[in-house]
Design a protein around this ligand. Structure first.
Ligand code: PBG
Ligand code: ZN
Length: 336
């Protein structure tokens, strides 16, 4: 042997095994419109259309206008959306988040559900259930007089909101408030009312810094303090697994990890331990970073987004919630 040459052991010659595109296709994780959920922001006025400066290409739509936006996407294969309601008028915010809906009030989510149900009945309608876009203090639950979360009162209110969404046509309930016992409370009331509605739990939801653009979009940043008392600490796999186990015991049908790119290790742990049907939320900050990098020539948006999506599929995620859905509906047809 020459001093600088290395004799390749037979078992180490790998290139031949994936030189041909057909061989690469054998090992490709499929990605199709079936895996995608599109998050939409809807306002309680009919015809609005507002850009969101930190989320290029994403808009807040009026509850009627949203139908025109969705129809062409459904033609391209869109099968489900998750709806986030936003108030046009900040003066409607109060301590209880009354204008989220329920108790005789129709919030933006109720209005959009009724409109979309009527116009696009085949689309699966998931709703985010939370109070932060509707409360004057901007927290996801209700506060007691000392300014701390009142868990029991929050649960009562979240159940009320959830049931009102189901009455307006919601087909999956996804509570993102993170109050203790919310899955059990909502599920129990659904079953009591004979409603066969699944619950998607934001079980492994971390107190992340990637939610900034979303809070602009929904005007939902907390007024005082942050959400570390009810969203998970960034460092703990143990607490994430405990939250998942708890939510599964309370009857969660689907388990979500959020954000996702920096938490793929958590997905693996959850799969190994419990193997539930898994969803992930590719959140606003993850979306914005790719958009702004691509706008400035730092990456090829389509290639980077597809690479990112494939990492989610490789990790075993079935349901991908992403703002890239409209573009992906075209890209998956070209690439898979
Ligand atoms: C909270 C909620 C958040 C997101 C969805 N629901 C985060 C938060 O404000 O704490 C984030 C989604 C995103 O960033 O795209 N109700
Ligand atoms: Zn919230």
């Amino acid at each position: 042997m020459q001093p600088n040459s290395f004799e390749l052991p037979i078992s180490h010659a790998l290139h031949g095994g994936y030189k041909h595109p057909a061989c690469r296709n054998w090992v490709k994780q499929t990605l199709s419109a079936n895996n995608l959920v599109y998050p939409v922001f809807v306002l309680d006025e009919p015809d609005a259309e507002q850009e969101i400066k930190t989320m290029p290409g994403i808009k807040r739509f009026g509850y009627k206008k949203i139908v025109d936006h969705l129809k062409p996407l459904v033609k391209k294969g869109l099968q489900s959306i998750i709806i986030f309601g936003i108030l046009s008028d900040d003066n409607k915010k109060d301590e209880r988040g009354s204008h989220a809906g329920g108790n005789g009030i129709k919030g933006p989510t109720n209005l959009a559900l009724e409109e979309i149900k009527k116009e696009i009945p085949e689309l699966l309608l998931i709703v985010d259930v939370c109070l932060c876009a509707f409360t004057s203090h901007g927290h996801c639950g209700l506060l007691n007089c000392e300014g701390y979360i009142d868990n029991a009162a929050s649960l009562k209110r979240l159940v009320e909101v959830s049931i009102s969404y189901v009455q307006s046509g919601a087909q999956v309930i996804a509570p993102s408030d993170m109050m203790d016992g919310r899955i059990g409370a909502i599920k129990q009331e659904l079953i009591r009312q004979n409603l066969e509605i699944p619950v998607m739990s934001y079980a492994a939801k971390f107190a992340s810094s990637y939610y900034g653009p979303f809070r602009d979009a929904c005007k939902s940043a907390p007024g005082k303090s942050d959400r570390q008392a009810y969203q998970l600490p960034l460092d703990s796999t143990q607490l994430a697994l405990k939250a998942v186990q708890r939510d599964l015991e309370e009857g969660a049908d689907y388990i979500m990890v959020k954000p996702i790119t920096t938490y793929l290790d958590i997905v693996k742990e959850i799969k190994q331990r419990f193997n539930p049907i898994m969803a992930c939320y590719h959140v606003s900050g993850e979306y914005a970073m790719v958009c702004f990098a691509a706008q400035n020539g730092a990456c090829d948006k389509k290639k980077v987004v597809l690479e990112t999506m494939r990492s989610f599929r490789r990790a075993g995620i079935d349901i991908i919630i992403t703002y890239f859905t409209p573009e992906l509906l075209d890209w998956v047809k070209e690439e898979f």
